[in-house]
Ligand binder design. Structure first.
Ligand code: G1P
Length: 294
């Protein structure tokens, strides 16, 4: 029986340079999508996939993320005194979604370095990594955990992108696995290749499941693209020792650190809400007519 996947690591220490000026004083992971910050969606996704323990890699400018998942007794009492018990419960429940821990990455040395900071916390167990500004709808993480249960290998989420966009991502070459719809065997991984050097248009998409061996490889990884310690390089080294599977999917990912994708997330996720969706649909339809969009 493979060990259960109980722990998640959420790297959320980045500077958010694609979302200035907003991200100067407020972390991009705290951008609201309707009424919840992006990182709350990410943590809910982890909890839905069976994760019980979460370590967020943060930085000294991002204390407000910790406050969001802490108790707020004054607010809870004020809401209860006004009979707003549902709202009070919403506020209180944020602190009991999972065991949520925070550790600071003192210097921005890269995604691989950030994940490496979780080594002692994770110990000798498989774990998932969810990038803190990627919202993922649909069963991607759950599918990855199921794949691990079957193969006991590390798994990375992969999605095809237009070839000209591949240099924004980690890129994977992969072989089909017979009889498996969403699973492939990764044969090569390269971080942000030039379009003409890319081995495919399969991009790494912000969700990873690792065996603890990855920490040994991270510790040996030298700075790569952008002078940063890249998780993709540590994964490529891990592939010399263990299998690496890919979980392929086609939709439901929003890179909210990017303005245009944030707008898409706001529209799509608002439409899915029972309380706001019907009215918002009418507003959107009116906008589409007025602007002559279709
Ligand atoms: C990171 C990873 C990259 C991955 C991307 C999207 O890059 O290094 O391999 O494809 O996230 O999940 P970043 O967007 O932080 O530059």
């Amino acid at each position: 029986m493979p060990a259960p996947v109980r722990k998640a690591v959420i790297p959320a220490a980045g500077l958010g340079t694609r979302f200035l000026p907003f991200s100067k004083a407020v972390p991009k992971e705290m951008l609201p999508v309707v009424d919840r910050p992006v990182i709350q969606y990410v943590i809910e996704e982890a909890v839905d996939a069976g994760i019980e323990d979460i370590l967020v890699i943060t930085s000294r400018h991002k204390k407000v993320m910790e406050d969001h998942f802490d108790r707020h007794p004054e607010l809870e009492s004020a809401l209860e005194a006004k009979g707003k018990n549902a709202e009070a419960a919403t506020v209180r429940d944020l602190s009991s979604m999972a065991d949520i821990h925070f550790v600071r990455q003192g210097e921005a040395l890269g995604l691989g370095h950030a994940i490496g900071m979780a080594a002692n916390h994770v110990g000798d167990e498989p774990f998932v990594v969810l990038l803190g500004d990627d919202i993922m709808r649909g069963p991607v993480l759950k599918g990855m955990v199921d794949l691990y249960a079957k193969h006991e290998s590390s798994v990375v989420a992969l999605m095809e992108v237009p070839q000209e966009d591949i240099s924004s991502y980690g890129c994977a070459a992969a072989d089909a696995i017979e009889g498996a719809d969403n699973a492939v065997k990764v044969t090569e991984l390269v971080e942000k290749p030039a379009v003409e050097d890319a081995p495919s248009n399969l991009a790494v998409m912000g969700r990873y499941l690792f065996t603890p061996t990855i920490f040994e490889e991270i510790a040996k990884t030298q700075p790569g693209v952008g002078g940063e310690i890249q998780i993709t390089d540590a994964m490529a080294a891990l592939m010399g020792r263990e299998d690496m599977l890919g979980f392929t999917f086609t939709e439901g990912r929003y890179d909210t650190g990017k303005k245009i994708d944030y707008l898409r997330a706001m529209v799509d996720l608002s439409l899915q809400r029972d309380d706001l969706g019907p009215e918002f649909r009418e507003i959107l339809a009116e906008t589409v007519r007025r602007e002559g969009i279709v």
